[in-house]
Design a protein around this ligand. Structure first.
Ligand code: WTA
Length: 701
């Protein structure tokens, strides 16, 4: 019987895999004006980064950096698949982002900080000022005894003090682990524990949607959570949003908590030599969700990562030192690390840092900022594009900014939303790069070269230079381009931006990204180690890739990666809950949102109160960003005869689709009960295929 169930599941997968309906979109060409000024105009660039030139083609990336000592080996594969790039060199990321620009660009703004309250002035920070502030903070960190290799957790909002702290860490070789400011104290605490940080750096409060919230409260929860998990935090460094004034209600803990700006007085004017560090030393950790309940710390190294984000900032974002570049994302995610801080600064850009919500106080806000600051390059996520389009479709017309290029990142973008971005935001002038990549990959994987390739709405394009994607089916056979079939997109070769490992978990690194398609675990040849990205994709006949979304249990909510298992374990912290299943639901603005199904323990009455407690638990364990759209208390979960919860059936119900044949389930009757509960008695479902990520939801264990 178990066998029959298995077979049934497999047929469903392959049907879902081929059910990729998509009409080919028309091409859009970059303007002559854009092409004439672009950093990368060589039409043969992709061939120059062909597999036959690998890995030496990436020397060009290393050359964009300033080295204390040159590297000896481009790629060391001796510990495959733990790749080491540019081995033997000595380098410092902070030096490359700050010091080396002082002569030529010292007085130019490195950052322009835009506070959320519209009556507060912009704050421009020149490279020279950045240099002195970073030095003082580095001196302070050194004064606390921190040194190369130590980890420090940051839980900071979008303020200049965040990149200043990151760069100060990088100057010393201290590994920073910034946790997205919107995550809860508990989420921060478990990341502190995993990274083994003894120092937490935070800020008292910050503006979000018109409110100056108490962020310090999260630090107390984080420290407590870390302690419960076995990690002591000795010091909590608290930046003040308004220096000299404490904007939070939560008291400071004597002996543990210190105001950074007070402590900094001891370090005024101090300089700290940028430490020459080995190329392959770790630069930072970035935690991300995966299939299990435990987030994984993607470890990125200094030289490989920095060279990769520098080169892609130059060639793909097309940043010139004269540009005012604005990536409207949060530094707490990989996009912000790579393309607000490290990449743009390494190319001597002026990078805009906006504190708040894009639609605060109205949907014209981003365009007012762009006009006032003369932003020439704009970078954001589909979720923001959809929201701005919904709330203010005509707003961009009111402002006289002029973008030469724009980027979209983080989720698949619907061609409709793409066309609005192109016509209204870009005023039919700006080129668009749709950049597909992951926390784990450091920088772009799939994108057009903006001055060379035509754009196609909804498709990211071919692989970036030196990135050679391939789509495999479940059996490891290549899915050819133009076949209309979807499969698992992998990258054939290593590249400098790839993560080095999962912090403290080498096995999970190999298992998650390589095990499925590696045939010889002992091989030292990179050709044997295609990197599995975790996304479903199709490749059109023209070679462009269209990304269909995650194939694992990750839900991409408004561009934030959330692990289903993490959400489910949060639900299970509510004592009344016996079982929980979380599924993705299509959402007009956020792309996907989670819906929660729970079964309560015997004797517990289903009630609004229980639902509310589930929501509260999710907000406490993960953060408000993970708040589910709805919570359904069901009599039982639909299960296979082997007892596995059929999340896919629940996903079909939540997305108003036909549930298909459920007769092989252990409890088929419950499906109809749940369906009626969710969709109503006379609900009309559509036979339309589910999007690939939802269709395959719950397949990967
Ligand atoms: C999705 C964000 C379609 C994808 C940089 C990936 C995209 C996940 C795109 C990684 C894009 C990112 N088109 N999907 N241009 N960019 N994704 O780790 O599913 O937060 O696996 O990194 O976002 O999310 P992460």
């Amino acid at each position: 019987m178990a066998k029959a169930t298995k077979a049934q599941e497999l047929t469903e997968v392959s049907e879902a895999q081929i059910a990729v309906h998509w009409k080919e979109e028309e091409y859009y060409q970059p303007s002559e004006q854009f092409k004439a000024q672009a950093n990368m105009r060589d039409p043969h660039i992709l061939e120059k980064f062909g597999l036959d030139k690998f890995p030496d083609c990436f020397r060009a990336y290393a050359e964009m950096l300033t080295w204390f000592e040159p590297y000896r080996t481009v790629l060391d594969t001796s510990d495959a698949p733990f790749w080491k790039w540019f081995v033997g060199g000595k380098i410092n990321a902070c030096y490359n982002c700050v010091d080396r620009h002082l002569d030529q660009y010292g007085d130019k703004a490195a950052f322009i900080f835009v506070p959320e309250p519209e009556n507060e002035p912009d704050v421009a920070i020149s490279y020279r000022e950045l240099h002195s502030r970073v030095n003082e903070v580095a001196a302070l960190l050194r004064g606390l005894g921190l040194k190369a290799g130590d980890r420090v957790t940051l839980h900071m909002p979008m303020v200049p003090e965040l990149p200043i702290t990151m760069l100060a860490c990088a100057r010393l070789g201290v590994v920073h682990s910034q946790v997205f400011g919107g995550f809860s104290g508990q989420a921060c605490g478990s990341r502190i524990q995993d990274s083994g940080s003894r120092v937490l750096i935070t800020m008292d409060s910050y503006w979000r949607n018109g409110t100056l919230g108490d962020h310090k409260a999260n630090a107390d929860i984080a420290v407590r959570t870390a302690k419960e998990l076995g990690q002591d935090v000795d010091k909590v460094l608290v930046w003040q949003r308004y220096p000299g004034k404490y904007s939070a209600k939560t008291p400071m803990v004597a002996g543990r908590d210190v105001f950074v700006n007070e402590l900094l007085k001891n370090y005024t004017g101090q300089q700290v030599q940028a430490v020459p560090l080995p190329s392959e030393g770790p630069l930072f950790l970035m935690y991300s969700s995966g299939t299990t309940g435990k987030p994984k710390g993607a470890q990125h190294g200094i030289a490989g990562y920095l060279s990769y984000v520098t080169a892609t900032s130059k060639w793909i974002l097309d940043i010139h030192p004269e540009d005012v570049y604005w990536c409207m994302a949060d530094i707490g995610w990989i996009t912000g690390h790579s393309y607000i801080v490290y990449g743009p600064l390494a190319t001597a850009a002026t990078s805009v840092l906006y504190e708040g919500v894009p639609t605060f106080p109205d949907a014209g806000r981003p365009w007012r900022i762009a006009e006032r600051l003369g932003v020439s390059i704009f970078h954001t996520a589909p979720t923001a594009i959809r929201m701005l389009r919904k709330l203010g479709p005509q707003e961009p017309r009111k402002y006289k900014y002029r973008f030469k290029s724009m980027t979209t990142v983080g989720e698949p973008i619907e061609p409709e939303a793409w066309r609005w971005y192109y016509s209204e935001v870009g005023k039919r002038e700006a080129v668009i790069t749709d950049t597909w990549w992951l926390t784990e990959t450091g920088g772009f994987l799939g994108t057009t070269m903006p001055a060379i390739h035509a754009m196609k709405p909804g498709s990211c394009g071919p692989g970036a230079p030196g990135i050679h994607p391939i789509i495999y089916d479940e059996t490891g056979a290549e899915v050819p381009k133009g076949s209309g079939k979807a499969g698992n997109i992998c990258i054939r070769n290593p590249w400098p931006g790839i993560m080095q490992t999962i912090w403290g978990d080498r096995d999970r690194y190999v298992k998650t990204y390589f095990a499925k398609y590696n045939k010889n675990p002992r091989s030292k040849d990179w050709r044997d180690w295609p990197f599995m990205c975790g996304d479903g994709a199709v490749q059109a006949a023209d070679g462009y890739f269209r990304i269909l979304g995650r194939i694992d249990d990750v839900i991409n909510v408004a561009g934030h990666r959330l692990g289903t298992k993490e959400l489910e374990s949060a639900c299970l912290t509510v004592p009344e809950v016996a079982e929980a299943a979380v599924v993705p639901v299509q959402d007009e603005v956020k792309g996907r949102v989670p819906e929660v199904y729970i079964a309560v323990k015997p004797g517990v009455q289903p009630s609004q109160e229980v639902s509310d407690r589930v929501i509260k638990a999710i907000e406490e364990v993960i953060g408000k960003i993970a708040r589910p759209k709805r919570v359904y208390i069901v009599p039982d979960m639909p299960k296979t005869r082997s007892g596995k919860i059929m999340r896919r059936v629940l996903a079909a119900i939540s997305n108003r689709r036909d549930v298909g044949d459920v007769t092989t389930l252990a409890n088929p009757d419950v499906v109809e009960q749940i369906r009626t509960m969710v969709q109503g008695k006379d609900a009309v479902t559509t036979g339309e295929a589910l999007p690939e990520d939802i269709a395959k939801f719950g397949q990967v264990e």
